[in-house]
Design a protein around this ligand. Structure first.
Ligand SMILES: Nc1ncnc2c1ncn2[C@@H]1O[C@H](COP(=O)(O)OP(=O)(O)OP(=O)(O)O)[C@@H](O)[C@H]1O
Length: 301
């Protein structure tokens, strides 16, 4: 009988920090006449948080899909820990890459805990026979999965809601649950597609802290986001895609000050750029001045 032992993730012996984990080389994806991703190289090393930014339709999600086996790139290769990845999402997850999606994909009618347990599927060896026979191994495996799922829920701050239905969670918490489910597969690298979309600034700050904590657990992160403050606070390096091509890659200062990036994407200097604080102070003073007559009118009454 198959027991429910937890499988070891591929490459579980943690590589030294700073060694290449993911290596995408010359990745190109064409849909008929449209080249959505054009000859993109990207390396993510252990211990890194890497950002991927670019205008709508730049090819960011398509690139993620090429990395995670949802698409077979028209050209190029994707290696994880030196091995070319198979173009099968399940095998990519088994190899050690997990992801979340731009549009939340939870099991809405399952509980929060069950959603995370499902995410552990590729690390267990349960099969139809062990489930039918329900021997000691099956129960041990179930208990372990439950405990690990609860640990992850505590990690993302959702343990108190373990028994709630996923569909009843507020939007920001559904995004956190997606992250917990991705972590349940014990990845070495997690790909997050717009993890703060629809979040308020407070939730965004919490997500930022959560991503730092994920990195501190030894999991590298590749993140797509449109929130530039979030990206430039968080990432060790950021790559900019424009019309499917990588325009620039570098640290936050390099990317923010690159004139091609400003022209093609940022438009105006990023709001956290030097000078923004002063501009905000002037704006606040102007608002205060505009409100002042009303205040004095009220005082006169
Ligand atoms: N399955 C598909 N078939 C045909 N064209 C596609 C397909 N998927 C994406 N595209 C096209 O590829 C281009 C890149 O799309 P993609 O969704 O990767 O961009 P993105 O940078 O993720 O955009 P956004 O920031 O809006 O999510 C777009 O022109 C899109 O219409």
């Amino acid at each position: 009988m198959t027991t429910d032992t937890i499988a070891t993730p591929a490459g579980a012996a943690a590589p030294a920090p700073g060694t290449p984990l993911l290596q995408a080389s010359g990745v190109t994806m064409r849909f008929g006449g449209l080249t959505a991703v054009n000859n993109v190289d990207l390396t993510v090393n252990t211990g890194e948080i890497i950002g991927l930014i670019g205008p709508n339709g730049a090819g960011k999600t398509t690139f993620f899909n090429c990395l995670t086996g949802l698409y077979v790139p028209t050209e190029g290769t994707v290696r994880y820990q030196g091995t070319v990845l198979p173009a099968k999402p399940f095998k990519v997850t088994q190899a050690g890459i997990a992801r979340t999606f731009q549009n939340i994909r939870l099991f809405a009618n399952m509980t929060v805990l069950e959603n995370v347990i499902v995410g552990r599927h590729c690390r267990t060896k349960q099969n139809i026979f062990s489930a039918l026979l329900r021997g000691p191994g099956f129960h041990r495996g179930e208990r372990e999965s439950r405990e690990k799922a609860m640990e992850l829920l505590a990690f993302v701050g959702l343990d108190a809601k373990a028994d709630h239905l996923a569909r009843n969670l507020p939007y920001g918490e559904q995004r956190k649950l997606e992250i917990a489910r991705a972590l349940a597969s014990e990845p070495g690298l997690v790909l997050l597609d717009e993890p703060t979309a629809g979040m308020n600034p407070q939730e965004t700050r919490v997500t930022e802290e959560l991503i730092f904590a994920i990195r501190d657990k030894g999991i590298a992160v590749l993140v797509i986001e449109h929130d530039m403050r979030f990206i430039f606070n968080l990432c060790d390096r950021t790559a900019v895609l424009v019309q499917g091509q990588k325009l620039v890659e570098g640290d936050s200062a390099t990317v923010q000050s690159d004139e091609r990036v400003i022209a093609a994407y940022l438009g105006t200097p990023f709001e956290g750029a030097p000078g923004a604080e002063e501009a905000a102070e002037v704006e606040a003073a102007e608002e205060h001045a505009a409100e002042a007559p009303e205040e004095s009118e009220e005082n006169d009454k």
